[in-house]
Structure formats: structure tokens, C-alpha cells
Design a protein around this ligand. Structure first.
Ligand SMILES: Nc1ncnc2c1ncn2[C@@H]1O[C@H](COP(=O)(O)OP(=O)(O)OP(=O)(O)O)[C@@H](O)[C@H]1O
Ligand SMILES: N[C@@H](CCC(=O)O)C(=O)O
Ligand SMILES: [Mg+2]
Ligand SMILES: [Mg+2]
Length: 448
């Protein structure tokens, strides 16, 4: 599936025919936040001529104040009209995702979308025409109070695949699905997840750049439609202690034209040498990738035993406790599912890191360890050591240290992004360490 690339004339025509009055030009900062500048359609020619400028020094992880002028180059294939948004005259709002260029009109090294483009160029050099990615983002719905502020009260008490009345998110989810369909998403499934108030909407895989844009659009749609219905949607990985957190399982495969390079019908598991070596690369660089795939302090509260989230670097075809699962489908759907990723990940840098790790595995013919076919949570440490199973980092700081030591993963995101990301994450971790939590006062106050 490839999205249609519009010409400038087609976009101008659509803007006129559909009565679009505002264009939002969006991009993503180093930490994964979506940013946008909104311009009236009178500025459309300027936008399409790549002449829209902004101050890069005000964006997290971009540039210093003395080199702040940057250009937004819209990617014409990302034109989309927001079905929910109209201005006071009933005019519509559309968006274009942009690449960032410097004042010298060079691609900007701090642009996460640029990092993913570079990784995709490496995949093409290695003979692959597409890196296909399908994600399964999970989120929680909380109630809003009368003033419209989020509360800590979940929207329902439902569980996995429950129906209404236990599932009170049914109508919101349906509206999310319909909105996404109007925006061109192909929705494969939507359901209540295991935890109370937790939901999942799955959309069809796409080539990595489109998949990353889709994730950012998806989060915006979920938050917008939830709020319209009196709920607050959060993609925080572990919003409530003691119940499942929210992951964003990331399914992936490499294609050569229409052929899935991960499939080999002659292999016992139906997987090709390319797939095994990609998996070998993914496992070899897993601890460094974790810093990007799980980039918040809270991410590590999800990666704990017993909540369907992975804790160890391992893979399996038959069970869901390891970090990588090989889902049973074959043919075009032959894929690896990385289960550690959570929805706070910057999709551009995370996919760049995953792809470069996999390509490193292919280039250096890295073999994965034997698959683990037991529930890893039930294995003791001796059994795990014997099977070569290692731990995923257990804190943001540990993950950031792994990233700092992995030149392959750093090369995937570039040193500009790596330096800014590592610096910001160390500050975030220090700020967390300075906070004294209720758990600590409960555990220590009266005992010492
Ligand atoms: N060849 C492929 N490459 C990448 N992604 C793919 C490929 N084939 C299917 N997918 C995507 O994988 C995702 C599968 O989601 P689905 O919820 O069915 O998986 P699951 O892991 O079995 O579910 P769960 O983990 O919730 O039990 C979808 O986004 C789908 O489009
Ligand atoms: N919510 C689980 C995943 C549940 C599932 O298998 O879909 C997680 O944290 O990853
Ligand atoms: Mg799920
Ligand atoms: Mg899954």
C-alpha cells in the first residue's frame, strides 16, 4: 500500500473544492512531540514553494538561537483534511507533514523524519524496496471533569474484548475508527484491551515513513475524538499501577518489490535467512533501541513481569512473553513483532534504529539465539542464563547508557539527534530521582 502523491495543482484544487481555509504544517521534534504552524490558505503558494520558515531554536532538540531560521518542506503525499475541524465560517482545516531544511536549504540533521529517510536509503542500497511497519497502539480513556480537565477516573471496568455495557468506550472507539477511515486509514480491528479503561485500534501496515506519519496522526485523532466525547485519552505507558500498561507492538517486514523477504517456505518455521539475521540484529542492539522505544521514566514501570509486556531480550514463535514474537501468519504477512515499544516512542527515530539494527544483522549475518518456547516469566534466573536470555534495561538511565555505547544505533539517528536526546533524557531522569514518592514514604518513613 503506498499513499498517493498529490501534485501542487491537485492540492490547490482540493483546497478550493473542499473549502479548506487553513493548512497546518506539522513536524515532530527530537522527543517525539508533534508541532505545527497553521497558515490561512492565502499562504498556500508559499507553503508549496518550500518557503515557510520557523524559529528552530524554540523547538526541543533542534538548534541554538544563532542559527535558528529553518524551512518547512511539505511532503505532498501527506495532504489530509481533518474531518472534525471547521473554522467559524464552516471552512475546513487540512494538514501537510513537512521535512525540515536548514537556512542553507540542506536537510536538517536534527529532523527525526530525515533520520528515517536515511535509514530507508540504506535499506534500498541493501536491495530492499520497502520496510513495512504495522503498529498496535494501546491507550487509556479517563473521564473529564466539568471544567474539561482530565481526572484519574477510568471510563469503564471492561476487560479484553468485552462488549457494552462493560465497554463504555465503544462509541468513542467507533467515532475514532470512522474519523480515521475518512482520513484514508484502513482499520483492521478495534477492541477493549485487558485493563479497565484500556483500548486498542489497529490499522493496516504501511511503508515505514507513512507508518510513522500515521502513528502521529493516530494519536492526534484519538485525543481529539476522546475529548469531544468527554474523555481524556492518554498514551502514557503505565498510567495506573497494578494493571496492564499500554504498548505499541511494532510488526515489521522487508520487501523486495511485491515479495516479502522474510518468508521462505522451505524453512521449518517459514522464515528466510534475511528474517533470522534481521532478528539477530534486533536482539544484538535491543538494549540500545530500548532508550528510543521506551523513552520515558514511566516506560520502565510497564516493562515489569506479569503484565504482558516484555522484560527480557528473547524471541519466540509460540508465546507472547518474549520481546520479539513471530506471529503465525505467513505469505505477505510473514513478520516480526517487537513487543517492547510503547506509544511514547518517537516513531521516526525508533523505526530508523530498528531498521539499521536489522540491516546490521543482515550484513554481519548475526544469528539469533534459540527461540524460547516457555513462559519466560516462569523461568528462574539459572534457566534464563543457560538459555542466553538477558534483561532489557530496567530504567531510563540504564537504557540511555546502552544507547550511548552503541555506535550502530547512534549512526541510525545521527549524532545531532543522539546528543540532544541523551542530554534531555539524563535531565529527565535526574528530575525524577529528585522526587520523593508516596511509595518511599510508605516503605521507609516509619521504619527508619
Ligand atoms: N508483512 C507485514 N509487515 C508489517 N506489518 C504487518 C505485515 N502483515 C501484517 N502486518 C500488521 O501487523 C499488525 C497486526 O496486528 P494484530 O493486532 O493482528 O496482531 P497480533 O500481534 O496478533 O495481536 P495481539 O498482539 O493484540 O494479540 C497490523 O497492523 C497489520 O497490518
Ligand atoms: N498491554 C500489553 C500488551 C497486550 C497485548 O498482547 O496486546 C503491553 O503492555 O504490551
Ligand atoms: Mg494489544
Ligand atoms: Mg501484538
Amino acid at each position: 500500500m503506498a499513499r498517493k502523491s498529490f501534485t501542487k495543482e491537485e492540492i490547490k484544487q482540493l483546497v478550493e473544492d473542499e473549502n479548506v481555509e487553513f493548512i497546518r504544517v506539522t513536524f515532530t521534534d527530537v522527543l517525539g512531540a508533534i508541532k505545527n504552524v497553521e497558515v490561512p490558505t492565502s499562504q498556500l503558494d508559499k507553503v508549496l514553494a518550500n518557503d515557510l520558515m520557523f524559529d528552530g531554536s524554540s523547538i526541543e532538540g533542534f538548534v541554538r538561537i544563532n542559527e535558528s531560521d529553518m524551512y518547512l518542506y511539505p511532503d505532498l503525499s501527506t495532504f489530509m483534511i481533518f474531518p472534525w475541524a471547521t473554522d467559524s465560517h464552516g471552512g475546513k482545516v487540512a494538514r501537510l507533514v513537512a521535512d525540515i531544511y536548514t537556512a542553507d536549504r540542506e536537510p536538517f540533521a536534527g529532523d527525526p523524519r530525515h533520520a528515517l529517510r536515511e535509514a530507508l536509503a540504506s535499506a534500498r542500497k541493501a536491495g530492499f524496496t520497502a520496510f513495512n511497519v504495522g503498529t498496535e497502539p494501546e491507550f487509556f480513556l479517563f473521564k473529564l471533569d466539568e471544567l474539561g480537565n482530565p481526572t484519574t477516573e477510568l471510563n469503564d471496568q471492561g476487560g479484553y474484548f468485552d462488549l457494552a455495557p462493560l465497554d463504555r468506550g465503544e462509541n468513542v472507539r467507533r467515532e475514532i475508527v470512522l474519523t480515521l477511515e475518512k482520513m484514508g486509514f484502513e482499520i483492521e480491528a478495534a477492541h477493549h484491551e485487558v485493563a479497565e479503561g484500556q483500548h486498542e485500534v489497529d490499522f493496516k501496515y504501511a511503508s515505514a515513513l507513512e507508518a510513522a506519519d500515521n502513528i502521529q496522526t493516530f494519536k492526534l485523532v484519538v485525543k481529539t475524538i476522546a475529548r469531544k466525547n468527554g474523555y481524556y485519552a492518554t498514551f502514557m505507558p503505565k498510567p495506573v499501577a497494578g494493571i496492564n500498561g499500554s504498548g505499541m507492538h511494532t510488526n515489521m517486514s522487508l520487501f523486495r518489490d511485491s515479495e516479502n523477504s522474510f518468508e521462505d517456505v522451505s524453512d521449518e518455521m517459514g522464515l528466510s535467512k534475511t528474517a533470522y539475521n534481521f532478528l539477530g540484529g534486533l536482539l544484538a542492539h535491543a538494549t540500545a533501541i530500548t532508550a528510543l522505544a521506551n523513552p520515558t521514566v514511566n516506560s520502565y514501570k510497564r516493562l515489569t513481569p506479569g503484565f504482558e509486556a516484555p522484560v527480557y531480550v528473547a524471541w519466540s514463535a509460540s508465546n507472547r512473553s518474549p520481546m520479539v514474537r513471530v506471529p503465525a501468519s505467513r505469505g505477505k504477512s510473514t513478520r516480526l513483532e517487537l513487543r517492547s515499544v510503547d506509544p511514547t516512542a518517537n516513531p521516526y527515530t525508533t523505526l530508523a534504529a530498528i531498521l539499521v539494527a536489522g540491516l546490521d544483522g543482515i550484513k554481519n549475518e548475526l544469528e539469533p539465539l534459540a527461540s524460547v518456547d516457555k513462559n519466560i516469566y516462569l523461568m528462574d534466573e539459572t534457566e534464563r542464563v543457560k538459555a542466553g536470555i538477558t534483561d532489557l534495561p530496567d530504567t531510563l538511565l540504564a537504557a540511555v547508557r546502552e544507547l550511548s555505547a552503541d555506535q550502530t544505533v547512534i549512526s541510525a539517528i545521527g549524532t545531532h539527534i543522539a546528543d540532544k536526546f541523551i542530554e534531555a533524557k539524563k535531565i529527565e531522569y535526574t528530575s525524577y530521582r529528585q522526587y520523593v514518592s508516596e511509595w518511599e514514604t510508605d516503605a521507609y518513613f516509619e521504619n527508619y
